[in-house]
Write a protein that binds this ligand. Sequence first.
Ligand code: CP
Length: 294
Amino acid sequence: MKRDFLTLSDLSPDEHLLLFRRAHELKKNARQRTLEGRSLLLLFEKASTRTRISFEAAIGQLGGTAITLPTADSQIARGETLEDTARVASRYVDAIMFRTHGDERLKAFARAATVPVINGLSDGGHPVQVLADLFTVEEKLGETAGKTIVFIGDCASNMARSYCEAAPIFGFSLRLSAPEGYRPSAAELRGARVTANPTEAVQGADVVVTDVWTSMGQEAEAKARLNALSSYTVDETLVAKAAPHAIVLHCLPAHRGEEITAGVVDGPRSAIFDEAENRLHVQKALLEQLILRR
Ligand code: CP
């Protein structure tokens, strides 16, 4: 029976522990060719830098091969169904990463595929990124359980929604700071506290997280978003209110001067580039777990 990774809840808390343990091992010793002869399809309906490079590098370092296909270059763009694409691709490769828009597309694709499908970002979440974020928290602060993480800005985004899902699984407290209209639904909060005041939210926090205010596909709303979120910039003054050991995360790409200042991205609290690197290590562990069913 194949396992998909469409949301963080697709792995149990114990499986997440094992995944992080293995990712630490793989980070220390990158030369382990456990997926020799295996192949991974990377199917993109949206642009990518980190997801494409880190998954290609991950399967390559493990001895396997990546096949990258933007859907615009495929028969999907000419009307072939997602389901037929999934069925056919499953005959060629050992796993598929899919970056798409709506979660119904992701689920329909995964239902038709007979190999594991990984969510490489959808409207509802970005679970591989949040895995890398929490691995970075563990690496920098010792553990995620008991920590206070604050997400500032567009809290209806796929990143914030995956953070809401992650909090009870990984045992951290989550605070969200966003104006009305930029918050997850009450059902998605799962115990996260919400405030409109970013200064209040960030007090004593261990981790400060933000993301772009205009995600892919929201370009027409860019001006309205900029206006609504203009008092939610993660700057040096705001970060100074967090705990003295606090780290700052951003999944990138960053818009310096909008959701975060250049001084914070490039400053002493930033773990942003380690976070980007850790995509590679956690995804190697995830590919092993799904393909070898570890
Ligand atoms: N963080 C992230 O997913 O980056 P890309 O959009 O560049 O893949």
